[in-house]
Design a protein around this ligand. Structure first.
Ligand code: C2O
Ligand code: CU
Length: 463
């Protein structure tokens, strides 16, 4: 057991104790009791080499140097992290996609206080699901995330099939000028459209990195889109790739990757069969936009392992409660642009504009103002969100705290994918079903951060 001070206990009574709530059953009791040493996550300002030439100043990361660490957790095992604020403004951490207790969700004022400069906050929870997730602040997010505070989380499952290698990619852009220094993070006229794009594209903070992988081997490629704006259309060249999981959840029916479009906040897991020939290259590309871009490459190395992708056992499904569509209450959610263009003040820093609305209300900031929730849900009951996009742009809509199942779409055949983020297309109507099984106040917002911060945020209350 870590040493516990009285101060820590006082703090714990507010947060940590409830943190173990999800794990407080059956087999998890032992691991929950054996509270692990917290992993220290200290946001800091650093200089980093993001382009071929200059060091970039005012980069933010967790730790001393380089990209925020890939956090490794185990499904059903207690995890603890201590946020120690080393930057000159308040911050918090949100565990995107992990079904944590509400107090651990990292949304300032809705569920926890600001963590001021020099102060600290203990997060503790037991991840109930295995898969690829990520973490980021929920405070002044356009700047804090835009400058670097986005990291990947891998939740391992002891029953996962065996791969020959695993590669994790943190995909994001940077708004840098020709001198390698940050330029303005957004332009209002872009915020009112698709969002403002970065100028330098990286994977793991490197432009087009290359990784070795065993020839003829099976690689588990975990990709997280942590960019604040960009929607990607992924394809793989040079090898067969199978989509095995999206947004942390295994696909009911894995399929060969042809092309898949995913937005900010989303994750993709691929099983890639490397070529047999030493030195052969496999590339992950984004073909959205005018020209295709290579994001990262894998290079076959060594003698071929001659693996067969069909030998891979399927991933185990996560324990998500089944939505009862017949009894479900429906929640209508209309996404629209708003004519209003005034500076709406917000707790967590406002961009000074509102361009977007949910059910005609433009919500400001990283956190909704303490206005009423969009809907109050009863614990344990089934719900269907009827979401309609009345705008000419796509929006990756993210729900905190609970995973939904995609039930139907007006635009395409859908698999019953389980997810926390749905990339809704222009004029699309979609139905997302879930059981309200996690009590608390849960944000629901667009993950194009400029949209989030100029109106497209709200929250659901589960009691
Ligand atoms: Cu990545 Cu409010 O979330
Ligand atoms: Cu949006």
């Amino acid at each position: 057991m870590p040493k516990v001070t009285r101060r820590a206990i006082l703090k714990a009574s507010a947060g940590v104790a409830c943190g173990f709530g999800l794990g407080w059953t059956g087999n998890s009791i032992r691991s929950a009791l054996a509270a692990p040493e917290p992993q220290i996550l200290k946001p800091r300002k650093i200089e980093a080499k993001l382009t071929g030439t200059d060091l970039t100043r005012d980069v933010l990361t967790y730790g001393d140097a380089g990209m925020p660490p890939v956090l490794r957790m185990k499904k059903g095992a207690a995890f603890a992290a201590r946020l120690v604020n080393g930057i000159d403004e308040p911050t918090t951490i949100h565990w995107h996609g992990i079904r944590v207790p509400n107090k651990m969700d990292g949304v300032p004022f809705l569920v926890q206080p600001y963590v001021y400069t020099g102060d600290q906050f203990d997060y503790a929870f037991t991840p109930p699901d295995a898969g690829t997730f990520w973490y980021h602040p929920h405070c002044n997010t356009l700047i804090q995330m835009g400058h670097g505070l986005t990291g990947v989380i891998v939740v391992e499952n002891p029953s996962d099939p065996e791969f020959d290698a695993e590669v994790v990619l943190n995909l994001r852009d940077w708004r840098l000028g020709g001198d390698g220094q940050f330029i303005e993070q957004y332009r209002p006229r872009d915020a009112a459209r698709t969002g403002t794009f970065g100028t330098v594209r990286t994977a793991n903070w490197i432009e087009q990195p290359q990784y070795d992988a065993p020839s003829g081997g099976l690689v588990r490629l975990r990709v997280a889109i942590t960019d604040v704006t960009r929607i990607y259309s992924f394809r793989v060249q040079g090898a067969d790739a199978t989509v095995i999981a999206i947004d942390g959840n295994p696909l009911p029916k894995p399929f060969p990757l042809d092309l898949i479009q995913l937005g900010p906040g989303q994750r993709l897991e691929l099983a890639i069969r490397m070529p047999d020939k030493e030195g052969a290259l496999v590339s992950l590309e984004d073909i959205r936009g005018t020209k295709s871009a290579v994001l990262a490459t894998l290079r076959s190395s060594g003698a071929s392992l001659r693996r067969d992708a069909r030998d891979l056992a399927p991933l185990e499904a996560n324990p998500i409660e089944h939505v009862d569509v017949a009894s479900a209450q429906h929640i209508r959610l209309a996404l629209s642009a708003t004519a209003e263009n005034v500076a709406a003040d917000s707790i967590c820093g406002s961009l000074g504009y509102s361009f977007w609305a949910i059910n005609k209300v433009p919500w400001p900031g990283d956190t909704p103002d303490p206005t009423a929730p969009l809907a109050e849900l009863k614990l344990g009951k089934s719900y269907v969100i009827d979401m309609e996009n009345l705008t000419p742009h796509a929006h990756p809509i993210h729900l905190h705290g609970m995973s939904f199942t995609v039930l139907s779409s007006s635009k395409r055949q859908v698999q019953p994918l389980i997810s926390d983020t749905y990339l809704i297309q222009a004029d699309e109507k979609v139905q997302l079903g879930f059981v309200a099984d996690n009590p608390g106040d849960w944000l629901l917002h667009c993950h194009i951060i400029e949209h989030q911060k100029t109106g497209m945020t709200s929250y659901l209350r589960v009691v």
